[in-house]
Design a protein around this ligand. Structure first.
Ligand code: ADP
Ligand code: ADP
Ligand code: MG
Length: 460
């Protein structure tokens, strides 16, 4: 049994993990940067250790300092959350070498799924469909042109190390391909310190549908159903829901098929802990593997609401060596859940980040409403990190009830002093196509009244 866990993260996910620890009677240690001294995770944890300056590279990404903090506080395990070091196999290795349990998949599984290219290769091996594309990396313009010629436009140039929607470009012709090849590489080098790219077919009218996986150390792997994350702005999710309207209304058999494919891939990777297998689905119900997120996902709460399974608690139990006590047939889905990511951004000014002091703060409540947030009145959002300040999750007996609750709760959510995405999400909840459950990843560009910006930029 773990007695103490260090949470190597910040913001809402650090709060979420500390809550799970408290419910398991496990003591918690927060680490924080100087910019986060007043952060909620610092107040909520039993102990807190400052690990450096505001910039992530001086704090939340410093393996040496996090390990020192873990040694000083004498913890049994480290939970990495998402982002930062969560998918860093080297960090997982260092933890294990220091006899500190890493709450996540083994470093071997992480290495197999290290980047989008190795994951794609593994998916092929597992017989999971991938979008047509290059077998390996694209090293020069000629190779790019050759592959595009072979698979046909439109294509997507993707950074193997990409994340958060960055390092990818769509191309519709040779000219935009060459341009996109260079811009994707430059962006990837800047964001991830790795400029390697590959090319895959751009699936048109795409739906992003992902499966939540749980695996224990005894080889048991189950899935907890799907999440539809097609409501995206610049390839970044903003609203997620489960079940997927596309599967419910059009392709009922996909849940079983895609769930099986996700498990197959997790099996060949000897995957343990929580993870997410992401797919893209076209209008005809063909699905293609995208990537595996080897960590807890931002949108995990909607799955918790419809399955009644606490995913972070499961991660901790699995890391302690407990077998999964749930089999696939025990997993049932009840009702409908939606999540809106509340970002401190100005939707009326091209979603410009809006850090600063929150003056007034009132979070919605009532039946079927969940708020996962680290925000409070008087809290100053630092400029160093991503703009997510909270997640609003609603649950209803059906989709309509979940949407109505979401619109009601968004209306109740009061945050002043900074701009937030709340008005934009309210507009989504009232959109006729969203209400009908008919949407693709192009939804937001259409809602904002124009074709996709990235498509225009690349379409010369
Ligand atoms: P999810 O799929 O869980 O919704 P996101 O793609 O929105 O995840 O990423 C969650 C967090 O992790 C964000 O803060 C994002 O910036 C960060 N992140 C995701 N992938 C990477 C990566 N490869 N490198 C650095 N940060 C990443
Ligand atoms: P990230 O690591 O940034 O999350 P993903 O590979 O998961 O990158 O892709 C993010 C989003 O980009 C997807 O949810 C989807 O909207 C879009 N996308 C990625 N690959 C394709 C593709 N081959 N065809 C169409 N859309 C894609
Ligand atoms: Mg992804």
């Amino acid at each position: 049994m773990f007695e103490k866990i260090l949470v190597a993260n910040r913001g809402e996910i650090a709060v979420r993990i500390i809550r799970a620890c408290k419910e398991l009677n496990i003591r918690t240690v927060a680490v924080y940067s100087e910019a986060d001294a007043n952060s909620m995770h610092v107040q909520m944890a039993d102990e807190a250790i400052c690990i450096g300056k505001g910039a992530s590279s001086d704090s939340y990404l410093r393996i040496d300092r996090i390990i020192s903090a873990a040694e000083i506080a004498d913890v049994d395990a480290i939970h990495p959350g998402y982002g930062f070091l969560s998918e860093n196999a080297h960090f997982a290795d260092v933890c294990e070498n220091c006899k500190i349990r890493f709450i996540g998949p083994s470093s071997q599984a992480m290495n197999l799924l290290e980047n989008k290219a190795t994951s794609r290769a593994l998916a092929k091996k597992a017989g999971v469909p991938v979008p047509p594309g290059s077998d390996g990396l694209i090293e020069n313009e000629q190779e790019a042109l050759k592959i595009a010629q072979k698979i046909g436009y439109p294509v997507m140039i993707k950074a193997i190390a990409g994340g958060g929607g960055r390092g990818m470009r769509v191309a519709h012709n040779d000219v935009s391909l060459i341009k996109g090849y260079h811009t994707a590489r430059t962006e990837a080098e800047k964001c991830f310190g790795n400029s390697a790219v590959y090319i895959e077919k751009f699936i048109e009218n795409p739906h992003h549908i992902e499966f939540q996986i749980l695996g224990d150390n005894k080889g048991n792997i189950i899935h907890l159903g799907e999440r539809d994350c097609s409501i995206q702005r610049r390839n970044q999710k903003i609203v997620e829901e489960t079940p997927s309207p596309l599967i419910e209304n059009k392709f009922k058999d996909l849940r079983k098929k895609m769930g099986k494919a996700a498990i197959r891939l997790a099996e060949v990777a000897h995957y343990t802990s929580a993870g997410t297998v992401e797919f893209i689905v076209d209008d005809n119900g063909n699905f293609y593997f995208l990537e595996v997120n080897k960590r807890v996902q931002v949108e995990h709460p909607i799955t918790e609401e419809v399955t009644g399974i606490d995913i972070v608690r499961q991660q901790i139990l699995i890391a302690m060596g407990e077998p999964l006590r749930i089999s696939q047939s025990d997993v049932t889905f009840k009702g409908h859940a939606i999540e809106c990511r509340i970002n401190a951004e100005d939707p009326f000014d091209d979603f410009r980040p809006s850090p600063g002091r929150i003056e007034m703060y009132y979070a919605p409540g009532g039946r079927g409403v969940r708020v996962d947030s680290h925000a409070y009145a008087g809290y100053t959002i630092p400029p160093h990190y991503d703009s997510l300040i909270g997640k609003l999750i609603t649950y209803g007996k059906d989709r309509r009830e979940a949407m109505d609750k979401m619109a009601r709760a968004l209306g109740e959510y009061m945050i002043t002093g900074v701009k937030t995405t709340i008005p934009f999400e309210l507009a989504i909840m009232q959109d006729p196509n969203f209400r009908r459950g008919v949407y693709t990843t192009n939804f937001i560009e259409q809602l904002l009244g124009g074709p996709r910006r990235d498509l225009i930029e690349e379409k010369i």
